[in-house]
Design a protein around this ligand. Structure first.
Ligand SMILES: Nc1ncnc2c1ncn2[C@@H]1O[C@H](COP(=O)(O)OP(=O)(O)OP(=O)(O)O)[C@@H](O)[C@H]1O
Length: 286
């Protein structure tokens, strides 16, 4: 269903993975139409899990999510664009194909003005062939493809890592203009805060599958009394949150003395000393 008022409301959303582990716990959010929200949290905080649930890629419990007042699982969810890892890995953009053909395949001819604007903003060379471009150039074409169809809700899962500073800045400015010129809403999970201070209207701070805090940007800034620029203020705030989160979580692989429990005291810390080269051993269920 098209959303005229693309607000996003999440009410007491809890989610378990197939292996039974907690993905999200009691998440509440109320993001108004036209807002630009940054989803902040350490690796593993639950940002992707939340975005996938909002996008309908994962099935949320009923009556926990509404987009524009509509339950996306009861009504068709139209106008929601989710750009995440699967989208980035799509192999078509690595084949020997030209840019105009790719853009036409996602509706470029239906929205020619929008197509041309994106090509200009993302500084795309229409003579590129996709098997012979750099990672950042490929990402720019992908972004043009992903953003071409006019969305009402855009869910971005850190997809700007390959962009140079200017391309990223132009891209973020374009998104800001979109929310200011038509009814649409953005939620963006990122670790890269460069030049983002003026961008978000709202922040969501996630930790271990829970939302620790959320609300309009201004409401958070009294937490960072010492800052030298707007940009450093956002960075200081996020650094403070991440340090607090790490402290609250504790070490991932406690040493015997830190573990301090169990009769045998056999808590094991895997690493180079075990001859396994420090590979992460955490299990991912799906
Ligand atoms: N399919 C799965 N089954 C079990 N656990 C999972 C699954 N997918 C993710 N997890 C776990 O859920 C937690 C949250 O993962 P998620 O990908 O949402 O984090 P994130 O905040 O997006 O992290 P990052 O910043 O690294 O992208 C992590 O601890 C992860 O290991």
């Amino acid at each position: 269903m098209a959303t005229h008022d693309p607000s996003i409301a999440v009410k007491d959303l809890s989610y378990k993975f197939q292996d039974g582990s907690e993905g999200l716990e009691h998440v509440h959010l109320d993001l108004p139409a036209g807002s630009r929200t940054l989803l902040i949290g350490a690796n593993g905080a639950g940002k992707t899990t939340l975005l996938r649930l909002l996008s309908g890629k994962r099935l949320a419990p009923t009556n926990t999510i509404t987009v524009g007042g509509v339950d996306p699982f009861k009504d068709t969810l139209e106008g929601v664009t989710y750009l995440g890892v699967e989208w980035v890995l799509n192999s078509i953009v690595r084949t020997d194909i030209d840019v105009p053909t790719l853009l036409a395949s996602v509706g470029g001819n239906a929205w020619p003005a929008r197509r041309d604007e994106l090509v200009s903003i993302l500084d795309i060379d229409l003579s590129w062939r996709m098997h012979a471009v750099s990672d950042g150039e490929r990402r720019r074409v992908q972004l043009a493809m992903g953003l071409l169809r006019p969305w009402t809700v855009l869910l971005l899962d850190e997809i700007t890592v390959d962009l140079d500073l200017l391309s990223r800045s132009n891209f973020l400015a374009f998104l800001k203009r979109e929310t200011e010129s038509r009814p649409c809403t953005i939620v963006y999970a990122t670790h890269i805060l460069d030049n983002l201070a003026q961008w978000p209207t709202h922040l969501v701070h996630m930790h271990l599958g829970k939302v620790r805090a959320w609300g309009p940007l201004e409401g958070f800034y009294d937490q960072v009394p010492d800052w030298t620029s707007e940009n450093s203020r956002l960075g200081e705030l996020v650094l403070k949150w991440l340090k607090e989160d790490l402290k609250a979580r504790g070490p991932r692989n406690p040493t015997n003395s830190e573990a301090g429990s169990g009769s045998s005291g056999q808590a094991k810390s895997y690493g180079a000393a075990d001859g396994i080269g420090g590979y992460g051993l955490e299990k991912r269920g799906e």
